[in-house]
Design a protein around this ligand. Structure first.
Ligand code: 5GP
Ligand code: ZN
Length: 114
């Protein structure tokens, strides 16, 4: 999708610090980290919001969680704990309209979020 920053990151038209990539997803460091570990895991396919997910995307979403687990294990935060969160639309705090899963860890995370 033109004018989508995350599509541009997928296409390597915008620089990012990629920590994982395969045929379906890319994971990279968030530009404004909210925790010692803060990565964004995104599908290569442009899907604007969680509400746009279709049945056919079920495997993709499952795969994203497998990637989150792998990264959390590789980073050594799996045992202590971490958070995977995805914001949807304005009230949910979404600012980039290409779905992404925040992987946060490396500190004690508070609940509820603000
Ligand atoms: P949202 O607010 O939509 O849940 O999350 C969007 C996230 O993308 C934010 O945490 C923001 O810091 C991050 N972000 C926005 N633009 C860029 C960018 O160009 N590069 C990287 N690495 N992260 C970005
Ligand atoms: Zn996109």
């Amino acid at each position: 999708m033109e004018d989508c920053i995350f599509c541009k990151i997928v296409a390597k038209e915008i620089e990012s610090d990629i920590v994982y990539e395969d045929d379906r997803v890319v994971a990279f460091k968030d530009i404004e980290p909210q925790a010692p570990i803060h990565y964004l895991i995104i599908p290569k396919k442009h899907i604007p919001t969680l509400v746009d997910l279709q049945e056919e995307d079920n495997n993709l979403v499952g795969h994203i969680y497998q990637v989150a687990n792998k990264i959390a294990k590789d980073e050594g935060i799996a045992k202590d704990g971490f958070r995977v969160v995805s914001n949807c639309n304005k009230a949910g705090g979404q600012t980039v309209y290409h779905i992404h899963y925040h992987l946060l860890g490396g500190r004690n995370l508070q609940w509820p979020p603000g």
